[in-house]
Design a binder for this molecule. Structure first.
Ligand code: GLU
Length: 308
């Protein structure tokens, strides 16, 4: 099947919970090159919704790094933490409520862990509050009612992905107990708002995609194409993340990190020296091949799918 796409609109959506590390550089590069290779638009969205995890100045630092590495984004940066977006998320919640697709839940994480079956990400929600939260308990979380319809999509890197959200994840949170809209809902609303038709991001979000498709269906929004890039692991095999305090990339020496990210994405070796980021991008954009990007076999195997 061809991976051609018309009027490509892609995005990189960092969370400003720390500076850009090598793992996020790989995600930025994969989404950028795939969009630019297709002559498409590439946007940056600052996912600063999870305010307790946002670090002061991290958004500015991320943008400064993207600039130092020669990324050029189109259109204005969308920040999730702004009143217009809050209205949009509220409207989406109201739409879900009008469809009777959500309910309030009083369960704590500890209770769910104790009673739940292990799922794709933590314990499967056992449905305790589906009919009604237990009397006398404050029900602050809002969950989506899922059903046993299987959700399937063809990931452009990982292949066919199937998930039964009800049994593998359970009813999931769209508004957290602290009142913040959950990532799963915000990302779906924002991808549709920005007209994103191909999402290229890290394979840690492979298991989230079926939940996002559930929400797209309930809200009548289009489903973009998805391509999940291999994750960068540390020496202990753990995903590099801002939480694990992965080292930020060095703005003063972008080229070595760009070349390392390019190699990790399985791309052809440069046949001549590239002197600076501009030369790198001018050379890399036409050479980019999504079909060369390796599958993240550790993620894919967690879905009981063949690794190759
Ligand atoms: N904000 C997420 C992150 O920094 C990425 C979300 C997405 O690409 O959908 O890992």
């Amino acid at each position: 099947m061809s991976n051609e796409i018309t009027n490509y609109r892609g995005r990189f959506a960092p969370s400003p919970s720390g500076p850009l590390h090598f793992g996020s550089l790989v995600a930025a590069m994969g989404s950028y090159l795939d969009a630019r290779h297709a002559g498409g638009i590439w946007l940056v969205r600052m996912e600063d919704l999870d305010t307790p995890r946002v670090k002061p100045a991290a958004a500015d630092k991320i943008l400064a790094t993207l600039e130092a590495f020669g990324f050029e984004w189109d259109e204005k940066i969308l920040r999730q933490n702004n009143p217009h977006r809050s209205d949009a998320y509220r409207q989406a919640l109201a739409k879900l409520a009008a469809r009777d697709a959500i309910y309030r839940c009083a369960c704590t994480r500890k209770e769910i862990n104790e009673s739940g079956v292990p799922g794709v990400e933590g314990s499967v929600y056992p449905g305790t509050c589906r009919i009604k939260p237990p009397a006398g308990r404050a029900a602050k979380t809002i969950r989506v009612r899922t059903d046993d319809t299987g959700i399937g999509f063809r990931d452009l890197i990982c292949g066919e992905i199937q998930q039964q959200v009800l049994s593998e994840c359970g009813d999931f949170i769209v508004r957290r107990a602290d009142g913040l809209v959950a990532y799963q809902l915000a990302v779906v609303v924002d991808d549709a708002f920005q007209g994103i038709n191909r999402v290229v991001r890290g394979a840690d979000l492979l298991f989230s995609t079926p939940r996002q498709i559930v929400l797209q269906k309930l809200l009548g929004l289009p489903t973009p194409e998805y391509a999940h890039l291999p994750l960068v692991k540390d020496a202990n095999g753990r995903k590099l993340s801002k939480q694990s305090l992965a080292q930020p990339v060095n703005n003063a020496h972008p080229l070595p990190a760009l070349l390392a990210a390019w190699r990790l994405l399985g791309q052809v070796k440069p046949e001549h020296d590239l002197g600076n980021p501009n030369e790198f991008w001018a050379w890399a954009v036409p050479k980019w091949k999504l079909s060369q990007v390796p599958k993240d076999s550790s993620m894919v195997s967690r879905l009981n799918l063949p690794a190759d």
